[in-house]
Write a protein that binds this ligand. Structure first.
Ligand code: SF4
Length: 87
């Protein structure tokens, strides 16, 4: 089960019913490139924003994602650090 803050961070807050858990999302649930996209019927979809720049990534990957070469943790984004930058 994910916390209310985690749900909000994943874009599942507000009036939207949470239909995806961290387990449903797999790696995408903690990835800075993941964005929750609602449709007009209230369903939520997990969009991979990396797919915009790199066509090898599916726009809506099959969930849960267990292995992904593009994964970058949200924590690094929050800390203002780019995972692609060298140390
Ligand atoms: S880069 Fe990989 S882990 Fe991140 S959102 Fe896209 S498919 Fe999911």
């Amino acid at each position: 089960m994910i916390s209310a803050k985690q749900r909000s961070d994943l874009g599942y807050g507000g009036n939207n019913a949470c239909r995806m858990t961290q387990a449903d999302l797999g790696l995408c649930g903690g990835c800075r490139f993941q964005r929750a996209v609602p449709n007009t019927r209230g369903s939520l979809f997990s969009l991979c924003e990396r797919s915009r720049e790199e066509p090898s990534f599916a726009r809506y990957p099959k969930l849960p994602v267990a292995i992904c070469t593009g994964f970058a943790p949200r924590a690094a984004e929050a800390a203002g650090r780019d995972e692609d930058e060298p140390d």
